[in-house]
Write a protein that binds this ligand. Structure first.
Ligand code: SF4
Ligand code: SF4
Length: 310
């Protein structure tokens, strides 16, 4: 019998080894914040997950930098050995620890969302780290934010355009996502807004642009309370769809909603919006499906690449 797939979202820690200027997190949190392993060990977490064998489970890990704490490696390694944890799950990373990831928890079940932070990695460093992980089939995509800093550095330091960057990673079969910088892409008052939007739409489909900017604000049905749960450090399950308690992982208790519910919250994350009922996107392996959709979209573009300057 086919098992229902549910997503368990974990934040191993908000700590991070980088201090990107545009980061939404406070630097003090990046240095000292708690971890999911402070109270429960790796084995306790893995045993807890194993109780949910009536489901197929997709993990999603973000942060902070999940791999800046030791326990994450063991946790991931042990999780990838659990049969009903499905392949293709996303972990967000800055790839600084690529070599250690390859050594300690290599698995093609994992598809990393590799953010390229230009203040910290040269292009060659980033490329070589991604290449190591790609050889292990662990790369979902490289994420490049089309910020002023990044575009100017790409041009001045490497004589490259965004298109050149995409082509470089394409040589090793890696898709580069070009994310609009919120400061411009989410600001219609920016004097070059239309030009910037056109530039980004060479890489991201217009539909996806809208979902990523929460431009479908109306109340909508959503399956989040049935299929997607955040697991807090104390093991409690919660959902963005309501404030009710959805059980606790250590008690082996998950109480999903019986029916779809309505939600009108801001929902601009590509992990989240596929759970909405007002689009047809697959909520399973959402990162890989996003890459496929946009790869397909890019092939439909006939016009010649147009560069952008801030
Ligand atoms: S790598 Fe990510 S989490 Fe870390 S400082 Fe940069 S933006 Fe923030
Ligand atoms: S619409 Fe988005 S924010 Fe609302 S419950 Fe669904 S996934 Fe969560």
């Amino acid at each position: 019998m086919k098992r229902e797939t549910v997503m368990f979202r974990f934040v191993p820690t908000m700590r991070c080894n980088f201090r990107c200027e545009y980061c939404f997190e406070d630097n003090s949190l990046k240095k000292n914040s708690a971890t999911m392993f402070d109270r429960y060990s790796v084995d306790e977490w893995v045993q807890a997950i194993k109780q949910f064998n009536k489901y197929d489970i997709e993990l999603y890990l973000w942060g902070g930098e999940p791999f800046c704490i030791e326990e994450t490696y063991d946790f991931i390694k042990k999780c990838t050995e659990v049969d009903n944890i499905i392949s293709g799950f996303r972990i967000d990373t800055n790839v600084f620890f690529a070599e250690k990831i390859a050594e300690r928890c290599a698995s093609d079940k994992i598809k990393l969302n590799c953010s390229y932070h230009m203040q910290y990695h040269t292009l060659e460093q980033e490329f070589n780290k991604v290449k190591i992980l790609k050889k292990l089939d662990m790369v979902g995509m490289v994420n490049f934010v089309a910020s002023k800093y990044n575009i100017e550095h790409l041009k001045n330091d490497y004589g490259m355009t965004v298109k050149d960057l995409i082509d470089k990673f394409a040589e090793i079969g890696v898709f580069v996502n070009v994310a609009g910088d919120f400061a411009y892409a989410n600001n219609p008052k920016y004097e070059k807004y239309e030009e910037y939007k056109k530039f980004i739409l060479q890489f991201v489909s217009p539909e996806e642009w809208e979902w990523l900017r929460n431009q479908h604000k109306e109340e909508r049905l959503c399956t989040a309370g049935q299929k997607m749960f955040t697991v807090d450090f104390n093991g409690n399950f919660s959902s963005c769809i309501s404030d009710r308690s959805y059980g606790n992982i250590f008690r082996g208790e998950l109480k999903p909603d019986n029916e779809y519910s309505y939600c009108s919250k801001c929902c601009p994350s590509l992990v989240s919006y596929p759970f909405r009922c007002d689009n047809d996107y697959s909520s399973i392996n959402s990162l890989l499906r996003y890459v496929e959709r946009n790869e397909k979209y890019r092939k439909t573009i006939e016009q010649k690449y147009i560069d952008f300057e801030f």
